[in-house]
Design a protein. Structure first.
Length: 142
């Protein structure tokens, strides 16, 4: 074995000699296992994709309203929409801050219609130092 590794004049000819030279690894068996593993993983992935697409079709089929119950809507008379009341400045909170908070709440609620009843400035001076540290940690920018 030492002659095969260090002596370049020796030419190995037997398959067992090559295995010893390569550390006793059977590369044919290793490649078969790797290729079989990749094929199995890909087939299972394709099977999962098909299963989830089937679930999606079943759910979307159940959510569609039936076509025969839809009737023509009655003509609706146009009613002028009332202008929304501008939010009043309360407790030193400006209209810009109210608009930003309202937009954030609208986004957080997923676009649902919500009503903001009041916005107040919170006194944070009496807060526990541990709570203040937690808020600072959780609200710091990336």
């Amino acid at each position: 074995m030492q002659d095969l590794i260090y002596n370049t004049g020796v030419i190995p000819v037997a398959a067992e000699t090559y295995k010893e030279y390569l550390g006793g690894v059977d590369w044919v068996l290793t490649s078969e296992v790797v290729i079989a593993g990749i094929i199995i993983v890909m087939l299972v992935l394709i099977l999962l994709i098909l299963i989830f697409k089937g679930f999606g079709k079943v759910v979307s089929k159940n959510q569609k309203p039936s076509q025969n119950t839809v009737s023509a809507p009655a003509p609706v008379q146009a009613v002028p929409a009332a202008a929304p009341a501008a939010p009043a400045v309360q407790g030193g909170v400006s209209a810009d801050i109210v608009a930003a908070i309202a937009a954030a709440i609208y986004t957080a609620e997923g676009g649902r219609q919500v009503t903001i009843r009041s916005i107040k400035v919170k006194n944070v001076q009496g807060r526990n130092p541990w709570a203040a540290a937690a808020i600072a940690e959780n609200t710091k920018p990336f």
